[in-house]
Design a protein around this ligand. Structure first.
Ligand SMILES: Cc1cc2nc3c(=O)[nH]c(=O)nc-3n(C[C@H](O)[C@H](O)[C@H](O)COP(=O)(O)OP(=O)(O)OC[C@H]3O[C@@H](n4cnc5c(N)ncnc54)[C@H](O)[C@@H]3O)c2cc1C
Length: 237
């Protein structure tokens, strides 16, 4: 059987390692630099299982979300958090006070592509600075301990060899087209899931990977009113 190393225990690495092992044709080792899986981006920010309307200006991206939404939904139903409401709002202005680039009819059209679309009366709900709002079916994905514990169980059941506290410093091509990690472990294939890091010394790919940083802002919500409806809110501009 072929041996495969997957580097990085985030969503990409964990899912790929699990799927490959389930095929039954490979030995799979998953390396994670930190003391546990899902301590990178996926353990903190995998908030929404995108149904599409987050991308009102890209039909292609929406189609990609729609094509895979129920796949993910069915495979990882244990890791989904369903909401009574998942509200999308169309802002009057963006953060720079420019008018929204999305029209009301465009906004409604893309939201209607989702299941359980329902228009919301923004006056009744007392939403300020919005042109329009609606709720759609869009659950959240678990983060933190819940995600970590469940996924470790899946990996164990599938017999994926998980090695934490192991930072891969380099990947080299050696004889017979094999690949060597940190000059000590040899594999037939290596899959790099370290979130935009190139670990190769002599580039294996015939092109250079361009690394682009995108500034982003994370908001932390605490529900102080326990009587509050369990909902998720996203504002589009
Ligand atoms: C603010 C914010 C909000 C987001 N909201 C959403 C959302 O609502 N829905 C959605 O689908 N996506 C969302 N995303 C995007 C999503 O979180 C990422 O696309 C996804 O988590 C990336 O997963 P990953 O496995 O590639 O990376 P990561 O989760 O970062 O995993 C990479 C892993 O590799 C390990 N690693 C790194 N270097 C090494 C090494 N040398 N050796 C061994 N291990 C190593 C790291 O420790 C880490 O565990 C959001 C992102 C951000 C920043």
């Amino acid at each position: 059987m072929k041996t495969i190393a997957v580097i990085g225990g985030g969503w990409y690495g964990c899912h790929i390692a699990l799927s490959l092992k389930q095929k039954g044709q490979y030995y799979v080792t998953l390396y994670e630099a930190q003391s546990d899986i899902f301590h990178g981006c996926s353990g903190k920010f995998g908030i929404r299982l995108h149904a599409g309307p987050h991308y009102p200006r890209s039909k292609k991206t929406r189609e990609s979300c729609q094509n895979h939404f129920y796949n993910f939904h069915d495979i990882y139903s244990d890791l989904l958090i369903k909401h009574e409401y998942s509200v999308y709002g169309l802002g009057i202005e963006d953060v720079d006070e420019y008018p929204s680039k999305v029209t009301e009819s465009q906004f409604k059209l893309v939201c209607k592509e989702c299941d359980q679309y329902q228009e919301i009366d923004i006056k009744e709900w007392n939403y300020q600075h919005l042109i329009s709002a609606c709720t759609v079916y869009e659950p959240s994905i678990a983060v933190g301990k819940r995600l970590r514990e469940k996924f470790k169980k899946y990996l164990k059941e599938a017999d994926v060899n998980l090695i934490c506290n192991y930072k891969v410093q380099k990947i080299e091509k050696i004889n017979n087209n094999k690949l060597q990690i940190n000059t000590e472990h040899i594999f037939d294939h290596v899959i790099n899931c370290t979130y935009y890091q190139d670990l190769t010394i002599d580039p294996i790919l015939p092109f250079n990977i361009e690394v682009v940083y995108q500034p982003s802002l994370a908001l932390y919500y605490e529900d102080n009113e326990k009587s509050c409806k369990d909902d998720a809110f996203v504002e589009l501009t």
